[in-house]
Design a protein around this ligand. Structure first.
Ligand SMILES: NC(=O)c1ccc[n+]([C@@H]2O[C@H](COP(=O)([O-])OP(=O)(O)OC[C@H]3O[C@@H](n4cnc5c(N)ncnc54)[C@H](OP(=O)(O)O)[C@@H]3O)[C@@H](O)[C@H]2O)c1
Length: 298
């Protein structure tokens, strides 16, 4: 009989994320152990508690989720967790601070539903935030030509350099995306993904509506004004001006499914490390299963 599923929720914030806790329970976690204000120095003690208690055959029933609002802090925790594992004495671990990995995965999968990403020109607005950086990384891995947008060119260049460290063959063009240069930035683009801060319009309607090459527009900002003017947060493959549009709520449903499936996946073995690419792969599997189901139901 398998042991109860235990998830250690390690969170650098003052309060461990309620959102992450609810998703974990709904994904089948039976005991959620929450730790707040976690620092890198505290990681070995916490991890030892997870790996030294159950026998090797039962380690797959214990897993770790790293969350919190600060992706940088969570990345440090993840690194330390992986260093603390001792060969086969390890448990599976997922990192989704700020929802960055699951949201980026859902956005890129939505784009790939309508456009062949390999070779496509994609503009990512506000590509410097935690979500935008992962969107760029996943698109680059898919072989898209990515225009990396920021209000400040050097910030866009920094993101480009960071992504190239992970994706050697990335085709990236860092850009300063001031209002008066947006039309030029949109030239030849087939997908635009806006990953800007809440309540800030980054792309006015008249700019994307006059872009002849645009096929898909995706906005991740859930607080009005929306990041892309003329869209609605609830858009899910809505056709507007001949462009397929997704808003933050339209992407949010898929994001939730990916998050939940990734947590459940943690308990299928004790050696999984779920970061952006692995979470994206889980999202792609779900997408494949759903489209097979749709075709089967025809
Ligand atoms: N749908 C979902 O399920 C879901 C889940 C998680 C997050 N989100 C949303 O995804 C978006 C991105 O999240 P994030 O955490 O990566 O965002 P973020 O760090 O708050 O901001 C991303 C970027 O927006 C730009 N920005 C910030 N303030 C701005 C301003 N006043 N005017 C213009 N640009 C500004 C900055 O880029 P530059 O300085 O380089 O221009 C910043 O790096 C947010 O809207 C978030 O709410 C959605």
């Amino acid at each position: 009989m398998s042991k109860p599923r235990i998830l250690l929720q390690l969170d650098p914030d003052v309060h461990p994320s309620v959102f992450d806790a609810v998703v974990a329970v709904d994904a089948g976690v039976e005991h959620l152990l929450q730790y707040r204000g976690v620092t890198v120095d505290q990681v070995p003690g916490l991890v030892h508690g997870a790996i030294f208690t159950r026998g090797p055959q039962d380690l797959k029933s214990t897993a770790i989720f790293v969350g919190g609002a600060e992706v940088g802090a969570a990345e440090e925790l993840l690194r330390r967790i992986l260093q603390t594992f001792l060969g086969p004495l390890r448990v599976s671990v997922m990192m989704d601070a700020n929802g960055a990995n699951t949201t980026a995965a859902a956005a890129v999968i939505a784009a790939g539903r309508h456009v062949r990403l390999k070779g496509a020109t994609v503009l990512v607005l506000a590509a410097t935030g935690p979500v935008g950086q992962r969107v760029v990384r996943l698109l680059a891995r898919e072989g898209a030509r990515v225009r990396v947008g920021s209000r400040v060119l050097t910030r866009a260049e920094d993101v480009g350099a960071k992504v190239r460290e992970r994706v050697e063959a990335a085709v990236l063009e860092p850009l300063a995306t001031a209002r008066d240069s947006l039309a030029a930035a949109m030239q030849g683009v087939s997908v635009v993904i806006s990953a800007g801060a809440l309540g800030v319009e980054l792309l006015p309607a008249d700019v994307w509506q006059t872009c002849a090459t645009l096929e898909v527009a995706i906005d991740l900002n859930a607080v009005p004004p929306w990041g892309i003017g003329g869209l609605e947060a609830s858009d899910r493959a809505a056709s507007r001006n001949g462009v397929i549009c997704y808003g933050a709520i339209g992407i949010g449903g898929a994001k939730m499914k990916i998050h939940s499936a990734a947590v459940a996946r943690l308990f299928q073995g004790n050696s999984q490390v779920l970061d952006a690419e692995e979470i994206y792969a889980i999202g792609r599997e779900l997408e494949g299963a759903e489209s097979t189901g749709r075709e089967g139901g025809k």
